[in-house]
Design a protein around this ligand. Structure first.
Ligand code: C2O
Ligand code: CU
Length: 457
């Protein structure tokens, strides 16, 4: 196999494993392309993409590999690539001005290179002009396989995205409007799974599937149920947890969050089962059907899956941890920056604050809201004093969620979804030096003030 063939296989995630581990450089090229998102009855949609497809290539590595990616930006806008949820050295974090200069429009290049210490399901996306760049299709999954992956029949990926399309399936060009920014963000009208609105997803009776879900939507929150099935939740935000059956419990995924499920296909050959999203009251819809082939069952019964191996994350020392309170305010029906002027969108479009400060997207040089000592343990008390949901994401670290929305929690993550007028406590060891973003992952909130810098030194 020559280098070109290898790279194109690598882009599809099909490269042989050993070769992948030694792979030289993967290329990611940003350009405009078009794709049939909305189904056969609509024309293709003009999108922005990595390597010509939305989502971009699913990049697959093995735990311990070194990632090397050469980015070439052929779009007419500046960009960066952020590796969401991965513990990278600060200079590789892809935050414009804070960790690197933007990658220039029309031909700019940047090389990312770092080691992959942790296994799991991650994703990549721009961190500049994100409402528009992500809203037009720039994102992809990044999968780091465990050294000994669990035994499953298939390892599959669903990248969920939400589009605001007009009647001709064109992306509606109202990015950055104050209405979206000050409410729930840009909620669209078309949900795609792996870049297409789908009727069905084919499965075989008896098979065991590892299903990796990535919520790449700007603002939409999902609450999925798999009718007739009880998938096991085995990881959240790439971090393993004690496998738990989702029986009557829906899988809630906020923007940027991921989940790994073990889905045992217990349906009968030829049957169909709905996967339903009912997060928003009064707008329940069918995401797609699991469609069983007529094949005889591959296997009859399954034991509970064993837990995935834990990643080498530092354990915060809760007894000694220093506590800090971080308050998120603003938005419609809340304490908007600039008072009535802010309400009218006359505050440079800023609608939200973190500890009283609204940080504009173009200013990544604001003073840190927190300076943490390297190696120290910290608990952040995240207070959502607004009428809206916020998925709060911290860069460079993975945290333990101690409590969430009034209930104790026991999971790791890089993003925590906080209900309106509620709070969450997260704990972590500040072991990764640098200036890191802490922000809401509703991209319209992020771009209208809901972000801050945390310094670790
Ligand atoms: Cu997924 Cu600051 O980003
Ligand atoms: Cu938010």
């Amino acid at each position: 196999m020559n280098r070109r063939e290898f790279l194109s296989l690598a882009a599809l995630g099909l490269a042989p494993r050993l070769a992948a581990a030694q792979a030289a450089t993967t290329r990611l090229r940003l350009a405009s392309s078009s794709q049939r998102l909305a189904g056969a009855d609509y024309p293709p949609t003009a999108v922005w993409s990595y390597n010509g497809s939305v989502p971009g290539p699913a990049l697959r590595f093995r735990q311990g590999d070194r990632l090397r990616i050469a980015v070439q930006n052929d779009l007419p806008v500046e960009t960066t690539v952020h590796w969401h949820g991965i513990r990278v050295p600060n200079a590789m974090d892809g935050v414009p001005y804070l960790t690197q200069p933007p990658i220039a429009a029309d031909g700019g290049r940047f090389a990312y290179e770092f080691d992959l210490a942790d296994a799991g399901t991650y994703w990549y996306h721009p961190h500049l002009g994100s409402p528009e760049q992500v809203g037009r299709g720039l994102y992809g999954a990044l999968i780091v396989e465990e050294r000994e992956p669990p035994a499953v029949d298939r390892d599959l990926l669903w990248v969920l995205s939400d589009w605001r399309l007009d009647r001709s399936a064109r992306v509606v060009d109202d990015f950055g409007n104050f209405m979206d920014a000050s409410h729930a963000g840009r909620i669209g009208n078309t949900v795609t799974v792996n870049g297409a609105a789908r009727e069905s997803f084919g499965v075989r009776a008896g098979e065991r599937i590892r299903l990796r879900l990535v919520n790449a939507s700007s603002a939409r929150i999902y609450a999925l149920s798999f009718e007739g099935h009880e998938p096991w939740l085995v990881a959240r935000d790439a971090q393993p947890l004690e496998p738990r059956r989702l029986a009557r419990e829906r899988l809630v995924l906020g923007p940027s969050q991921r989940a790994d499920l073990i889905l045992d296909c217990v349906g009968a050959p030829g049957s169909r089962h709905r996967v339903v999203d009912d997060f928003y009251p009064r707008s329940t819809y069918r995401l797609l059907d699991l469609e069983y082939s007529a094949d005889r069952p591959a296997r009859a019964r399954r034991d509970a899956p064993s837990p995935l191996p834990a990643n080498p994350l530092p354990q915060p020392d809760l007894a000694r941890a220093q506590r800090h309170r971080i308050v998120f305010e603003g938005g419609m029906m809340g304490n908007m920056p600039g008072g009535m002027g802010g309400m009218m969108g006359r505050n440079g479009g800023l609608a939200w604050t973190v500890n009283g400060v609204a940080m504009p997207e173009t200013d990544h040089k604001s003073d840190p809201i927190l300076a943490l000592s390297r190696g120290g343990s910290y608990v952040l008390d995240l207070v959502n004093d607004t009428a809206w949901h916020h998925p709060i994401h911290l860069h460079g670290h993975v945290f333990r969620v101690l409590s969430k929305n009034g209930r104790p929690a026991a999971e790791w993550g890089d993003t925590v979804l906080i209900d309106p007028r509620s709070r969450a406590e997260i704990a972590f060891v500040a072991d990764n030096p640098g200036d890191w973003m802490l922000h809401c992952h509703v991209l319209e909130h992020q771009a209208s003030g809901m972000m801050a810098v945390v310094r670790v030194a």
